[in-house]
Design a protein around this ligand. Sequence first.
Ligand SMILES: NC(=O)c1ccc[n+]([C@@H]2O[C@H](COP(=O)([O-])OP(=O)(O)OC[C@H]3O[C@@H](n4cnc5c(N)ncnc54)[C@H](OP(=O)(O)O)[C@@H]3O)[C@@H](O)[C@H]2O)c1
Length: 303
Amino acid sequence: MAAAMRLVVTGRHGQLATALAERAAGKGITLIACGRPELALEHPASIAPALSALTPDIIVNAAAWTAVDRAESEPERAHAINAAGAGTVATTAAMLGVPVIQISTDYVFDGSATTPYRESDPVAPLGVYGQSKLAGEQAVMAATGDHAILRTSWVFSATGQNFVRTMLRLAETRSGISVVADQIGRPTPADDLAEAVLGVAANLLSRRGEPALRGIFHVGGTGDAVSWAGFAEAIFAERVRRGAGAVSVRPIGAADYPTPARRPAWSVLDGARLKETHGIILPDWRIGLARCMDRLMTTEQAP
Ligand SMILES: NC(=O)c1ccc[n+]([C@@H]2O[C@H](COP(=O)([O-])OP(=O)(O)OC[C@H]3O[C@@H](n4cnc5c(N)ncnc54)[C@H](OP(=O)(O)O)[C@@H]3O)[C@@H](O)[C@H]2O)c1
């Protein structure tokens, strides 16, 4: 699918950067991960030298401050990394004459919708993380027209910090877990997201003059929308299928589980634009969940 390219991704150990490295293998893509300390997004002077030295054909900015709750108490740092840092990555891409793919989030929306969000829907982030990521989108758009901004949601993988791994950890010591049931979204397997990023990258490089391939796109898992409680039930069902004991999920309201950051009640993204322009549609998230559980439970049972 993807053509030969030299793709530089920011962030070394992130979920998406890790999945990109795995998915690029065998496709003729040279993938180079670039991260701290050489490239630290809150230190603008580090960015252009680190990226330029790697002579990319295309840059994917997957690095970000993703600690949604901590961002509330450290807004300046979140903005430095997610907004100013993203802008400097895009400015560097423009300077090098290469496209940039910026990864963004469903948290740019306030969650008051009742139908899947289109790219043109009004943004109104509820917290610092969403505000900083939105400012990052705007900084990228100001820096270069040769960009694709990919908003995704509820990312999980067999590595890193995510909801699937948290649920499995809790299941080790509990037979019942209370989970928020009034926030609805669609989970996104990081490896499916990585495939989509590689597809978009190939299109941006092979069809340089096409404005329709540039701009904002929603890139989330497909299949049914679920609450966090529904996602947890799916995880525990997969766990039982692999021989572990049952864990019950007690649905609770977000108000019963207060967190520093407010989160959107509705996070479902509409992927129609990605399909129509880039010809990319992600698989059902439940297929990716089964694949992730195979990896996690095999790993966890290993001596
Ligand atoms: N996770 C989700 O549910 C979710 C949902 C929607 C959108 N997104 C977006 O998707 C993208 C990828 O997310 P992810 O889940 O892969 O994130 P992740 O696993 O939290 O990884 C974040 C990456 O950013 C790097 N990073 C953090 N601060 C940095 C800094 N100051 N300078 C340089 N690198 C820094 C980390 O570096 P180290 O490798 O050194 O730790 C790590 O590689 C992000 O843009 C995120 O905002 C994520």
